[in-house]
Design a protein around this ligand. Structure first.
Ligand code: NDP
Length: 293
């Protein structure tokens, strides 16, 4: 029977733990965790994502600061804004919401974030530490997926995981985390991308299939093995005349047809999205706690 991997419920459980941890910190006279976010321009999706993060901070008792800049900000001014947050002792961690406008060099901005405040885990120092299995900030989306598998009690040992997508924020770190010698982990991992030949041959062999490519309903029932665990990372907006807005969000997986074949599957929305935010909150607490000593 198919079971739903409920990211919403799991994220609420994590938030309850974080709230308790904040209360305990305050009772001990320790600092309240503080997350800042830089938002450049007025991309509605970016604004919505940042808004979700700010609201999550309020729910768990963190302080939050939203730093907004216009879309025509210069690269140097944006780097100055990053350096200001690096230097602000009240801020434990911060993120720069992606995507940035075309004239900005994303990588230069991400590399300007101090690794100890890089709660998105995008700085090469954290990415390198993750690859070496050293303590670091893990990128929020793959970290959230690993938590979801763990808390659902899904055994990953020796399983064949197939990852669709090799981006530096989802596909590549996902592959690293599932391949780790640990629990969850110890998967044999295949990473597929736009140049992969006979993609369905790979996906059909997956015990755990993670779809992170950004194409609505790309994964169809014939691509999935009976009993597979399917994690749908995709967030795609598609037309839907039944909605007031005329559109709705959907994942990379054709949920209605794929779900009956799965042992577990994440819904969109309510799967990976809330877990990503919960993991960012966990990273912020980690950043704050690292400074206690
Ligand atoms: P990117 O666009 O950075 O990467 C997409 C990856 O998919 C690339 O590696 C690309 O291959 C691969 N790809 C694209 N088309 C195909 C295809 N036809 N066949 C096989 N591989 C393909 O996206 P992200 O990793 O940033 O995000 C992926 C999706 O996840 C998006 O929908 C995004 O909105 C969503 N997302 C959701 C989050 C959440 O919290 N739920 C968080 C982050 C992202 P190549 O490298 O060859 O170009």
């Amino acid at each position: 029977m198919t079971q739903i991997l409920d990211g919403k419920a799991t994220s609420l459980a994590i938030e309850a733990e974080l709230t308790q941890a904040v209360d305990a910190r305050m009772a001990s006279g320790l600092k309240r965790p503080h997350l800042a976010a830089i938002l450049v321009g007025d991309n509605p999706a970016s604004r919505a994502y940042v808004g979700h993060k700010v609201k999550a901070c309020a729910r768990v008792g963190f302080e939050s600061t939203l730093v907004e800049h216009p879309a025509d900000i210069t690269q140097e001014a944006l780097l100055d804004a990053v350096r200001a947050l690096n230097d602000d002792a009240s801020v434990d961690g911060f993120i720069v919401q992606l995507p940035l406008p075309d004239h900005i060099d994303d990588q230069a901005v991400l590399e300007a974030v101090h690794p100890e405040k890089d709660v998105d885990g995008f700085h090469p120092v954290n990415a390198g530490k993750m690859a070496l299995d050293l303590p670091c900030f893990l990128p929020a989306t793959p970290k959230g997926i690993v938590s979801l598998l763990d808390r659902a009690g899904i055994d990953t040992q020796g399983k064949h995981a197939v990852i669709l997508g090799r981006s530096s924020i989802v596909g590549t770190p996902m592959a690293l985390l599932l391949r780790r010698n640990g629990a969850p982990g110890n998967c044999t991992v295949t990473v597929c991308h736009s140049r992969t030949q006979d993609l369905a041959e790979h996906t059909r062999r997956a015990d755990i299939l993670v779809a992170a490519i950004g194409r609505a309903h790309f994964v169809t029932a014939d691509m999935v093995k009976e009993g597979a665990v399917v994690i749908d990372v995709g967030i795609n907006r598609i037309a839907d005349a039944t909605k007031k807005s005329g559109s709705r969000l959907t994942g990379d997986v054709d949920f209605d047809h794929v779900a009956p074949k799965c042992s577990w599957i994440t819904p969109v929305p309510g799967g990976v999205g809330p877990m990503t935010i919960a993991s960012l909150m966990e990273n912020t607490l980690q950043a704050c706690a690292q400074k206690d000593a």
